[in-house]
Design a protein around this ligand. Structure first.
Ligand SMILES: Nc1nc2c(ncn2[C@@H]2O[C@H](COP(=O)(O)OP(=O)(O)O)[C@@H](O)[C@H]2O)c(=O)[nH]1
Ligand SMILES: [Mg+2]
Ligand SMILES: [Zn+2]
Length: 321
């Protein structure tokens, strides 16, 4: 039998079969082919083969994983020093769209967080859009508007919505129809609220309760897939847990330039070619683009910071050239 993972922790999963029936499940035996190299073996969006668990009524055993089309991951870092641990954490698989959710206020607008999400999505080869939620709160802050317009100028579709008032929600729903989308963004921007707003009845916890829950409980580090339907069609969205820090996973420092949309065409164009570090060299096309206002200074700053963080990672966690 075939089913799709809708919820996943490290070893307990929920899958939905093609008739829409849900099963609690675990992996049959100790190993599942195709899950190597990740902190967690399966994520929402994964398609699996399963059989009934003879030992437990209503439960299932996963026997095989269908090859993933793509995977949206993050670098899971814990601890410091000798006990430092990091691993690639799967958030969702077979993703059609990553929705980078942000807010103009409450929590404060953090465009650098969006920059990081965009790199992560670009590196995974997944289309991205930016959704600015909580438009009911914004007093048209010029700094926020400037950065949002820059993202749009780079080529990302930008949507302004309010989960609270419903503004922009029909357009948002239309974009999500027929896709499996992942909602990502810093904690508190309203990811769970946006998903609830797509449904006739809310299913996700929002706000403070959720924030407390997130901190104390490992289960909520798991992403969850929710299906919705509406006038434009059916779709699925994956709610991801909020993270405070986001270091792109699987990106080598010298590859970063390819995953920043407006930087990418300039790769190799500097006078020093591919060896240019884009910080002081004469004839650097990146620095020229920053000076000309083609690349936003904040994006350049993000580029330098992310690259520095990637350079500090052990090579096995920073992707391959
Ligand atoms: N004013 C306003 N508040 C919102 C909106 N969307 C969500 N919130 C509030 O923001 C807080 C965090 O929302 P939540 O959905 O839990 O954010 P998440 O951490 O990204 O999942 C909650 O108190 C929500 O009620 C919105 O469009 N406008
Ligand atoms: Mg949430
Ligand atoms: Zn350069």
């Amino acid at each position: 039998m075939r089913g799709r993972i809708i919820r996943a922790s490290r070893n307990i999963f929920t899958l939905k079969d093609e008739a829409g029936k849900e099963f609690d499940c675990r992996i049959k035996g100790k190993i599942l082919k195709g899950v190597e190299g990740f902190y967690n073996p399966l994520a929402p969006g994964d398609w699996v083969e399963f059989e009934n668990d003879p030992g437990r009524e209503g439960s299932a055993l996963i026997t095989a994983l269908e090859k993933r089309r793509n995977a949206f991951t993050r670098l899971n870092q814990k601890g410091l020093g000798l006990r430092h641990f990091q691993a690639s954490q799967l958030l969702a698989a077979n993703v059609d769209l990553v929705v980078c959710v942000t807010s103009p206020a409450s929590p404060p607008f953090r465009p650098r967080f969006i920059d990081r999400l965009l790199v992560q999505g670009e590196a995974a080869g997944i289309p991205l859009i930016i959704v600015c939620n909580k438009t009911d709160l914004s007093g048209d802050d010029p700094d926020v508007e400037e950065r949002l317009e820059d993202f749009a100028g780079i080529g990302y579709e930008l949507l302004r919505v309010s989960a609270k008032t419903g503004e922009g929600m029909e357009a948002f729903r239309a974009i999500l129809a027929g896709k499996l989308s992942v909602l990502a963004g810093q904690s508190g921007v309203g990811k769970s609220s946006l998903i609830n707003a797509l449904l006739p009845d809310p299913v996700l916890r929002v706000g403070d309760i959720n924030a407390k829950y997130d901190r104390g409980n490992h289960i909520t580090t798991a992403a969850r897939l929710i299906e919705f339907s509406g006038p434009g069609g059916r779709g699925a969205v994956v709610d991801t847990p909020g993270v405070r820090r986001l270091v792109p996973d699987g990106v080598a420092p010298n590859e970063l330039i390819r995953y920043m949309k407006e930087f990418a065409p300039l790769e190799g164009q500097c006078s020093f070619g591919l060896s240019c570090s884009h910080v002081s060299e004469p004839g650097c096309k990146i620095m020229e683009a920053v000076a000309a206002g083609v690349i936003h200074e904040d994006r350049y700053d993000s580029f330098l910071r992310i690259r520095e963080e990637l350079s500090a990672l052990p090579p096995e966690w920073a992707g391959h050239d």
